[in-house]
Design a protein around this ligand. Structure first.
Ligand code: CUA
Length: 345
């Protein structure tokens, strides 16, 4: 019986969704994180369950509120009432059964719909040509690696969009290097935690090009709030160009310079990597294509020559508590190192 009820529900939902889809789901990603405008397959599925739950709660709320208002008005104290206590009622099998069984049924339906949606998303088979990305949560930034493409970047995930006729989902492998984090870009998918010593998986399938905003959604320490995410979804050709540009490595491009020498003679290289050079640190973000990123410090500031200089001088001024220390560089060293970083496009 429940199964039939459930499949009817799903059909009704699918219909409602199809109607909504023609109007509400078009357009570009929002400028703020938004759970009500899904633009990716798993987010659409989660959104359907959220709407069902919201609708059920709304019906319960309206019913209870109406009954309450009715009782207050109908049985209010009147002038002609005597002061005696009204007759007291103890126990009613019918009413007690109704308010026990009905909520249980409602909760069971919500559990089944939710479990089915989660299973559908988790069991979705990975197509052989899906983009694979490994994301490692760190205090307080995102290490992003494309093992098949040989690309390493940070905080800004670039993916292709799915177009009608050519689906192109991206499958994410989520790990943590320190504490629990949570990957959450509401318009793309539900939250998935990044947990130490555990590998979690999720996938996204954006359908509109643009920048999707997200946050770490699990408190992970001082700068949890500045552990922001940007997912940049490109049309396929544009994504191919991005991949091409990221695979070109520094060593082939940058001429020797004072800044370059300065950078490689300081402890920058212990924490940061620049592909194709001797800088192989993995504690901080990979800097190979630093200037191709829009933000610094995982969304803490826009990435431009001025903020970059402020950041290198003393990262604590922008992101207090972050694990990159104030290196106390002289002004000359600072200028040279920043000049070198600006060449890492
Ligand atoms: Cu990472 Cu909160």
């Amino acid at each position: 019986m429940l199964r039939r009820l459930l499949s009817d529900r799903m059909r009704a939902l699918a219909l409602a969704h199809a109607l909504l889809a023609s109007t509400a789901y078009a357009g570009a990603p929002d400028k703020v994180t938004n759970i009500f405008n899904p633009l990716s397959t798993p987010a659409e599925a989660a959104h359907r369950v959220a709407l069902l739950t919201l609708a059920v709660c709304a019906v319960i709320f309206i019913t209870v509120a109406c009954l309450l208002i009715y009782a207050i008005v109908r049985f209010r104290r009147r002038r002609e009432d005597d002061e005696s206590e009204p007759s007291q009622i103890y126990g009613s099998n019918q009413i007690e059964l109704a308010w026990t069984v009905l909520p249980i049924l409602i909760v069971v339906v919500l559990i089944l719909v939710t479990a089915r949606t989660i299973a559908d998303i988790e069991d979705y088979p990975r197509p052989t040509d899906a983009i694979k990305v490994t994301i490692v949560g760190r205090q307080w930034w995102w290490d992003i690696r494309y093992p098949d493409l040989g690309i390493v970047t940070a905080n800004e995930l670039h993916v292709p969009i799915s177009e009608s006729g050519r689906r192109q989902p991206t499958f994410l492998t989520l790990e943590s290097a320190d504490v629990a984090h949570s990957f959450w870009v509401p318009q793309l998918a539900g939250k998935t935690d990044l947990i130490p010593n555990r590998v979690n998986r999720m996938w996204i399938e954006p359908k509109q090009a643009g920048v999707y905003l997200g946050n770490c959604a699990e408190y992970c320490g001082t700068q949890h709030a500045k552990m922001r995410l940007r997912v940049i979804a490109h049309p396929p050709e544009e994504f191919a160009r991005w991949v091409e540009s990221q695979r070109r490595h520094e060593a082939e491009a940058t001429p020797a310079s004072a800044g370059r020498e300065r950078f490689f003679s300081t402890s920058c290289v212990n924490c940061h990597a620049v592909q194709g050079t001797s800088a192989k640190g993995t504690f901080g973000p990979d800097l190979t294509h630093l200037m191709s990123r829009e933000t610094l410090g995982s969304g803490a500031a826009p990435n431009n020559p001025e903020t970059l200089r402020v950041w290198v001088r003393n990262p604590q001024a922008i992101k207090e508590g972050c694990l990159m220390p104030d290196m106390r560089l002289s002004d000359q060293d600072l200028d040279q190192i920043v000049a070198y970083l600006l060449t890492l496009k």
